[in-house]
Write a protein that binds this ligand. Structure first.
Ligand SMILES: C[S@@+](CC[C@H](N)C(=O)[O-])C[C@H]1O[C@@H](n2cnc3c(N)ncnc32)[C@H](O)[C@@H]1O
Length: 322
């Protein structure tokens, strides 16, 4: 669900040093507070401006498209129903509680082990707009794919492939005679992956809806890509299952966020603020690649993005380790 607001749901910097202002009786704030109190956690879209002025922000334009007017707050439910006016939103919130605890906002990431049920819930909403929000990372994804040293005709597992943001990069390397196997547990992310495959008419992509810990494949892959898969890398069972589906000497590469050195406080704050939308645990955030390292002959790790991310790559042993 999305709530379009102008002000009131977030503190506004106050001209006096260090102060902030959050207007108490603002209609947007009332709508937001009522939703929160009832247990709903809408995605808040800040649509600055005044209704009487031209619609310059994308939020305002969307509000105009949805309601024919420029007034906020406007609530858009998951089924597309649009509720306008603070009073109506407050009334809706008071009579409608979330259907089940499972629909509530997932718990914030902790330092515990990854939680698959939470991940499924998290991506139920994170799937929408995922490609757009992570587009800026495509250069890093490309670098990780390059580290796999793929050749035409090879089989590669795209571990926790999500919406398939890596498929085109992998296609460039394995060609139509190669095979891409994308595995993910989120139906919403996989639906987008499926659409991408259909739109591109890729006949060599197999999609599997499963937890990485549980999937089964009849073939052994030449390579495996772990792109933005922090949760999976913290699950020994998941890493072991991927490696069990790889031929001896196969290659792995990973790209993901990590903690920067302690003194890089702004980087760490920014990285955590973004990552918390996509991971269920911050366990292992110092060195997310450690599980992978255990299985790989020599894992190279390159720190990127001011230390807030990494690219790691290596080959698994030709002979099983004793
Ligand atoms: C940040 S997205 C990364 C998607 C894609 N690899 C990319 O580069 O954009 C993380 C994905 O991991 C999936 N995921 C998390 N835990 C998983 C698990 N145990 N098994 C399978 N998929 C999992 C989520 O559903 C989500 O699609």
């Amino acid at each position: 669900m999305k709530l379009y607001v102008c002000w009131g749901t977030f503190p506004v910097p106050w001209p006096r040093r260090g102060g902030s202002w959050r207007p108490g009786a603002h209609p947007c704030k009332k709508a937001y507070d009522a939703l929160k109190e009832a247990g709903h956690y809408p995605e808040v879209v800040k649509s600055y401006g005044l209704a009487s002025l031209p619609d310059v922000t994308s939020g305002r334009k969307e509000v105009k498209r949805l309601t024919g007017e420029s007034w906020v707050p406007v609530l858009v439910l998951d089924d597309g129903e649009v509720i306008k006016d603070s009073k109506n939103i407050v009334a809706w919130a008071r009579r409608t509680r979330p259907e089940a605890p499972a629909e509530r906002r997932p718990a914030m990431p902790t330092d515990e082990r990854p939680d698959r049920a939470t991940a499924i819930r998290l991506y139920r909403s994170a799937a929408q707009g995922y490609d757009r929000r992570t587009r800026a990372l495509q250069g890093y994804r490309r670098r990780a794919v390059e580290r796999l040293s793929l050749s035409p005709g090879e089989t590669v597992i795209d571990v926790a492939c999500g919406s398939g943001t890596n498929f085109a990069l992998l296609q460039e390397r394995v060609g139509s005679e190669g095979q891409i196997v994308g595995i993910d547990l989120s139906p919403e992310m996989l639906a987008q992956a499926r659409q991408r495959v259909a739109e591109n008419d890729w006949g060599n992509v197999t999609l599997i809806e499963a937890a990485i810990e549980d999937f089964d494949l009849a073939v052994l892959a030449d390579a495996a890509l772990f792109s933005l898969t922090h949760d999976v890398l913290q699950s020994p069972g998941a890493v072991a299952n991927v490696l069990a589906h790889m031929r001896p000497g196969g290659r792995v590469a990973s790209f993901g966020s990590k903690s920067a050195p302690r003194w890089a406080v702004p980087v760490n704050l920014a990285v955590r603020a973004i990552a918390r939308r996509y991971v269920t645990t911050f366990a292992g955030f110092e060195q997310p690649w450690l599980q992978l390292q255990k299985a790989v002959d020599r894992l190279e790790v390159e720190s990127v993005a001011l230390g807030g991310a990494y690219i790691a790559w290596g080959s698994i042993a030709e002979q099983p380790r004793q």
